[in-house]
Design a protein around this ligand. Structure first.
Ligand code: ZN
Length: 69
């Protein structure tokens, strides 16, 4: 099950929110948001659904090269 991640505004790294949901549930879910303790910078980051994204399992990444992110 994919985990919901946010991006650390300090280090730019992925931070797990500790919430895992099927993608179809994530799309329609409404979240109570709460700060996540960030293991990268040690701060707490508030987040909301607009800032969150699902971790894509590596085996489901498209194999063809896409635009650089
Ligand atoms: Zn952080």
């Amino acid at each position: 099950m994919p985990e919901i991640l946010i991006r650390c505004p300090v280090t730019g790294k992925d931070v797990s929110t500790g919430v895992a949901l099927p993608a179809e549930v994530f799309l329609v879910a409404d979240f109570e948001t709460y700060p996540v303790h960030c293991p990268h910078c040690g701060l707490e980051h508030p987040w909301d659904k607009g800032a969150a994204y699902l971790q894509v399992p590596p085996e489901r990444e498209p194999s063809r090269p896409g635009p650089a992110r």
